[in-house]
Design a protein around this ligand. Sequence first.
Ligand code: SF4
Length: 332
Amino acid sequence: MTNSTIIDVQDLKVHFPIYSKGLFRTIQGHVKAVDGVSFSLKKSETLGLVGESGSGKTTLGRAILRALKTTEGTIIFHDGNTEVDLLGLEGKQLTDFRRNMQLIFQDPYASLNPRMTIRDIIAEPLECLKLYPKDKINAKVREIAELCKINIEHLRCWPHVFSGGQRQRICIARALITRPKFVVCDEAVSALDVSIQADIINLLVELQQKLGLSYLFISHDLAVVAHISTSIAVLYVGRLVEHAPTPALFAKPLHPYTRALLSAIPTIDIKRELSPVDLAGGVPDPSNPPSGCRFHTRCPHVSDVCRRDVPKWQEWGKDHFVACHRVKEFMN
Ligand code: SF4
């Protein structure tokens, strides 16, 4: 952790109880959606979080924003010279602090209220948090609309007249109107066409440079994440398996799961031989994860130690962390 860190997450766990059926419901087990995740994010940088569906990406993002209850761990938000323990905030303190952390949703169609005008949608966080007097809100809405390249005339319209890309600009404006320092982008471009995806990614990068934002960019698409992220973390069944600066991860992925994800990225280079790694089986059940290395049921390099012992989270290059028993063999 350095002075420029904005979010520091240590050993975060989010376990959901599984209740029995019947009148007297008892807890029978837990779905370990996030199970001991640690990382830090620097100011004005982007951490890409990738993994298959069900790996715990969205749960992790929402737990950091305090939209979900956490089971264990710490989340420290560095606000200037002040350290804020996010899990220690409750009630009004938490509500007031929410202006610093916002979420951009995946689905720009479902996340906008069809009965509200664009002006009212963008202004809603300011009105809920009572950040400015009423007569100042219109000016703030116009300011953020211009930054997000929304036509001022459109503020009087309703969401149904807009395309997916325009709607996502509105969602971004709504998230940024409180001037947060940290934003979770949860599959923020996954529902859009490829050309519109590029447009929105460019807008997010531009806004990051202008406003000094830090992003946690959640996606299942490594190619999209590569365009925006300073570093990338790979999540598998609730645990990080690799975290590295983006160029290092693409140049030399060390974990077999990361290598499999990278090999599956489609390419238009017809000279490149496509040899996607074929992973056996599906993602394990997070309520009953495999012993030892959680990836051992699908890993082509599995050995006895993998089934028995949990691999240590170790640094194998500058800021390049991997959890794998056989990582030395993949370094050459
Ligand atoms: S620890 Fe073993 S099973 Fe897990 S990724 Fe490494 S080689 Fe594969």
